[in-house]
Design a protein around this ligand. Structure first.
Ligand code: GLP
Length: 268
């Protein structure tokens, strides 16, 4: 098991800094497996919130490896994906659904009714209703045992984008259709052949209320381009302007897995 180079506690949680993104991903995968095992043992299932983007790819690679080696059973895992572009067709290779198939589901083969992703094809007038359904389903499943997160350069989590809402509102956001922030659109262009004009302007996202109700949260962030957002999330005030700072409200349940470049702005 990879050991961290540095560990610290901030107002946003426990931070573990590893020598590389790969080492951090491997440690995060081990933690995820531990939560799955414990949850299945104690309540017969594990309810896990999954993320997409570049950051979790090596976590999924490791989970697939463990599954192939017979060390990770996926049979009792119920998963909910954090977000999805809207609108997007189910077979669109740019969709998060396609990403999940490729990086995890083709290998672990979840049962048909156990891996939930937003459907980017629903009529616009029902998009928020679909999202609200996810909040109800997750609650009915007994809440999330673990939520896996990345962080945007603008400090977003899922597609909960920065804004100037009052704090109480920012902490209690339901799952919904959200308009994407300019920095998010810029970063998402790489999923669309580098062409920002092809990025959908909106996305469905699990809201902060459900994320913050998770019994544990893992945040992955790698590379210098994340260091400013991390410094704000850990050292700044809790504010809707940096959605990741809202994790300060549940700091005792949050562990951050970082590489040295991402952690470079965090004070001991
Ligand atoms: C994306 C996703 C997030 C993700 C974040 C970081 O736009 N909506 O769920 O965690 O931005 O992405 P990456 O890991 O590629 O840096």
């Amino acid at each position: 098991m990879p050991e961290p180079l540095r560990e610290l506690s901030t107002r946003a949680g426990r931070v573990r800094v590893f020598e590389s993104a790969l080492a951090a991903s491997s440690a995060a995968a081990d933690r995820l497996v531990e939560v799955i095992r414990k949850s299945v043992a104690s309540r017969g299932r594990a309810v896990i919130g999954l993320a997409t983007g570049g950051s979790p790819i090596n976590v999924y690679r490791r989970l697939v490896e463990l599954h192939v080696q017979g060390e990770l059973r996926w049979d009792d895992v119920i998963s909910y994906n954090l977000d999805e572009y809207y609108p997007v067709a189910p077979g669109d290779p740019h969709s998060y659904r396609a990403y999940m198939q490729k990086h995890l589901f083709d290998a672990v083969k979840p049962a048909a009714n156990r891996a939930h992703l937003f459907d980017g094809t629903v009529p616009e007038s029902f998009a928020n209703e679909q999202a609200a359904g996810f909040d109800r389903w997750i609650a009915a499943d007994g809440g999330l045992d673990l939520q896996l997160l990345g962080i945007g350069r603008n400090g977003h989590i899922g597609f909960n984008e920065p804004d100037d809402a009052p704090l109480a509102e920012a902490l209690a956001r339901p799952s919904r259709l959200e308009r994407l922030h300019p920095i998010t659109l810029e970063d998402a262009a790489r999923d669309f052949g580098g062409d920002e004009s092809r990025v959908p302007r909106r996305a469905l996202t699990i809201g902060t209320a459900t994320i913050l109700a998770a019994r544990s949260v893992i945040v992955l962030a790698f590379g210098a381009q994340k260091s400013e957002a991390l410094a704000r999330a850990h050292g700044g005030a809790m504010t809707s302007a940096t959605p990741a700072s809202l994790l300060q409200s549940i700091a005792d349940r949050v562990t951050w897995y970082l590489d040295p470049a991402a952690a470079s702005g965090l004070a001991d």
